[in-house]
Ligand binder design. Sequence first.
Ligand code: CP
Ligand code: NVA
Length: 306
Amino acid sequence: MTTDSDPRHFLDIDDVSRDELATILERASEYKRAQRADEDHAVLEDRTLGMIFQKPSTRTRVSFETGMTQLGGHAVFLGEDDIQLGRGEPLKDTSRTLSRYVDAVMARVFKHENIDVLAEYSTVPVVNGLTDDAHPCQTLADLLTIREHEDGFEDVSAAWIGDGNNVAQSFALGCALTDIDLTVATPEGYEIDDAVIERARMLSGEPTVTTDPIEAVTDADIIYTDVWISMGQEDERDVRMANFEGFQVCSELLEHAPEASVMHCLPAHRGEEIADDVIEGERSIVFDQAENRLHAQKALLSWLLE
Ligand code: CP
Ligand code: NVA
């Protein structure tokens, strides 16, 4: 067990500096190369990651668990209903207990304040595996993917189309940290939070905001979208489906950005936020993004625990 009483947490992407982000991305590329070359990189031998999930997951769960195995460590899946949290044990007690066993905690929770509580009471690093407000591990993988496809971040322009949700918010901060020129197109009422825009501005990278998807994508290098109905918003389905009309990433929209690659954090709802022929098309890099979750998170964990 790590005994540091003031551990480093990763609750959103701007918890790391530009230099630290560059270090993590460089290490992610190195682990990607090492894994493909079948080279030993077991730098977390005997370390254990606890993984709390209050929402479902495919990529986050499997990439963290596989990543810990590849680094020589171990991960424990803690579904909410498999632990006492689901029966009402307070998060702060869960956090203090887990801190006595594991070397780091990754958590996927609803309210962002809940990850703050976990971090406040934890004596080991806490990693945000998605909250209603943020998805910084996704952003790490997104930035690694953009760096690979665009050969760095210089002069890269990106367009976010759709909901100003958790993935969009962390991505906006990630763009600010890497000087990617971002335009965000959302329907009225679904914008990125003002507080996030302000944080991006403090990092010198406030995104351009519009309600016009064509304006946003014109000549972009990257077009990124996510579901219109996030986990926990299922009751809003009918209203959201009506309000997001015209925001689908489809082949007509792509005509305004002839060079753009298309990104999606997955899972995707084909026929809603993205057309089937676009996600299956040549310009889609969604599975590179999904793969890079593994490499980016391995780098993050080894950086947090070294
Ligand atoms: N992108 C992402 O976080 O996917 P999962 O919900 O499958 O983990
Ligand atoms: N915005 C989506 C992302 C899933 C990875 C959600 O919160 O459900």
